[in-house]
Ligand binder design. Structure first.
Ligand code: UDX
Length: 549
């Protein structure tokens, strides 16, 4: 017993834990030395406290020495561990009873034999637990190692599935408009969609996908401000909108000549339907009219007061007269029904998203130059055009829609070139060695065209800003990519012929162009009457033809 006391005194002198220094209590330090991992002083009720083996030495050393300190550590350890330690101390107390000493936590702490037993039993238990925990940690880290790459893969997958949209402005309810764009999946319509979406408006695109493509607007699909409807404007449409950009109509000569009746229906019945919608919901309507209302002009450059020179029964009449009557309808609705209308007379426009089979001169020349084929100039190439880049047009359309100008406005780039000059420029920009091939002149082809844009400048503050070469380089880049894409799929389409040859019937030209469009050999459409009949059967059964009826 004396030896035990001596040992206790030595412990007291050596004890220098920070908790002990801070509080100056000696007994608790001694008890902690004797019961490794225990909290000095024990729990209320005379049971010495013990640090959870899982909490290790730090918990014990930093624990307050006051025996009446709340038992946060025990609580954290869990009731089971606490009971176990109490049981051990209780057993030791029972064993320790001597003649002078009744066996208490303090008395067993002073007894070297009890201390040895306590240390052996509790120490083994602590070791076992820490071994088990180390094992658990090792298994956990192994699992973590195996799972980490999977987690990365899931993140990547989530990223690829999460649709990233181009940045969109936030507009207040007051400024945000519900806008309908008919033909919004087409070449011009899709660029207009981009602008209005990015400006923060709610855009509904209506398209029958005759010349439009879902691909042109796919980057907006799923966006809360965007809606895509597969609908033909020849049928009525009932939606709620504030503004209507009415662009629906084939615009390239081979496309609008493909089915003149359908072109007429789209521009007449389609425009009537959209004006009816505008009247019903009180929306403002902008009609995408055309420089073709001037026909083969006798006034140069063409200003908005010029009435035009159109052959009403020629191959272009379905489009030219269709747009002229569409303008007439707009002003009838404005005067009779009070519908707010805007009319844009759009001159030749080019840029990315033109269809590979569009057939207009820009896409034809670029594709021919890129593929090393002859550039097909119709006639001597002295006819002139002025080409604007699509972003300039889109800015003009939006400016006109939001202006108070209800009379027609020309939108075009006044930089005029002959078609031959244009062919040479494209050859140079592409760096192509293609020849220039002169073919027979197209019927009723306008010989001169150049917009007078003084009205747009004055009333809209608009004028084109993209230089021709810069725009052409962008278009060349786009078509080069398209060719690469198609080459990877083993299919390179040939440009569609863009003219109506004199002396041939419409169905024959249709058959030739369609056989090319369907990727069949050119020879299939030429030669015998039997071949020709077969081609016409193919056309009749194609989805395209059905859609156009
Ligand atoms: O391969 C070709 C294609 C066209 N051309 C010529 O290039 C000129 C422009 O022809 P396009 O087919 O591009 O366009 P067009 O000017 O005839 O009609 C266009 O006018 C304005 C718009 O509203 C329409 O996009 C479209 O009708 C025409 O003189 C045409 O004969 C060629 O010399 N070779």
């Amino acid at each position: 017993m004396r030896a035990a006391r001596r040992r206790l005194r030595r412990f007291g002198r050596r004890a220098t834990t920070r908790a002990g220094e801070g509080r100056g209590g000696r007994t608790p330090l001694r008890l902690r030395e004797r019961f490794p991992g225990s909290r000095a002083g024990g729990a209320a009720g005379g049971v010495p406290g013990a640090a959870c083996p899982g909490h290790g030495e730090q918990g014990a050393a930093a624990a307050p020495a006051d025996r009446h300190q709340p038992q946060e550590d025990e609580a954290a350890c869990g009731a089971r561990l606490h009971r176990l330690r109490r049981l051990l101390v209780w057993v030791l107390c029972g064993l320790h009873v001597t003649r002078r000493d009744r066996g208490s936590p303090v008395s067993i702490a002073r007894c070297s034999r009890c201390c040895r037993v306590y240390v052996a039993v509790w120490g083994n238990f602590v070791n076992m637990r820490s071994l088990q925990e180390n094992g658990d940690q090792k298994v956990d880290s192994k699992i973590e190692e195996a799972v980490a790459p999977l987690r990365e893969k899931i993140k990547d997958l989530e990223k690829s599935f999460t649709q990233k949209y181009p940045p969109v402005k936030f507009l207040s309810e007051k400024d945000r408009k519900r806008i309908l764009i008919t033909g919004g999946a087409g070449f011009v319509g899709s660029h207009l969609t981009d602008k209005l979406m990015m400006d923060g408006h709610e855009v509904t695109v209506v398209d029958n996908f005759f010349t439009g493509r879902k691909r042109n607007v796919e980057h907006w699909i799923g966006h809360e401000n965007f809606e895509l409807i597969n609908h033909d404007v020849v049928e009525p449409l009932y939606i709620e909108v504030d503004q209507i950009y009415h662009l629906a109509s084939p615009a390239s000569p081979p496309n609008y000549m493909y089915n003149p009746i359908k072109t007429l229906k789209t521009n007449t019945i389609g425009t009537l339907n959209m004006l009816g919608l505008a009247k019903r919901v009180g929306a403002r309507l902008l009609l995408a009219s055309t420089s073709e209302v001037y026909g083969d002009p006798e006034v140069h450059p063409q200003n908005e007061d010029y009435w035009g020179h159109v052959n009403p029964i020629g191959p272009r009449a379905c489009y030219d007269e269709g747009k002229r009557v569409a303008e007439t309808m707009c002003y009838a609705y404005m005067k009779q029904e009070g519908v707010e209308v805007r009319v844009a007379r759009i001159f030749n426009t080019f840029g990315p998203r033109m269809h590979m089979n569009d057939g207009r001169v820009v896409s034809n020349f670029i594709l021919q130059a890129l593929q090393g084929e002859p550039l097909t100039v119709y006639g001597p190439g002295t006819q002139t055009r002025a080409f604007q880049y699509v972003s300039d047009l889109v800015n003009g359309l939006v400016a006109l829609m939001n202006s108070n100008v209800s009379s027609p406005v020309n939108l075009g780039n006044p930089e005029e070139h002959t078609i031959l000059e244009f062919a040479q420029l494209i050859k140079k920009l592409v760096g192509s060695g293609s020849e220039i091939q002169f073919l027979s002149e197209a019927q009723d082809d306008p010989q001169k065209r150049k917009p007078d844009i003084r009205k747009a400048k004055l009333l809209l503050g608009w004028e084109p800003v993209v230089p021709l070469e810069e725009g052409l380089n962008k278009a060349i880049h786009y078509f080069r990519k398209e060719l690469e894409y198609q080459a990877n799929n083993q299919y390179i389409p040939k440009p569609k012929p863009a003219r109506m040859k004199k002396g041939r019937d419409r169905l024959w030209d249709l058959a030739v162009s369609h056989s090319k469009h369907m990727g069949t050999r050119e020879g299939h459409a030429s030669g015998s009457i039997r071949d020709r009949a077969q081609t016409l059967v193919v056309i009749k059964h194609s989805a395209c033809f059905t859609q156009m009826r």
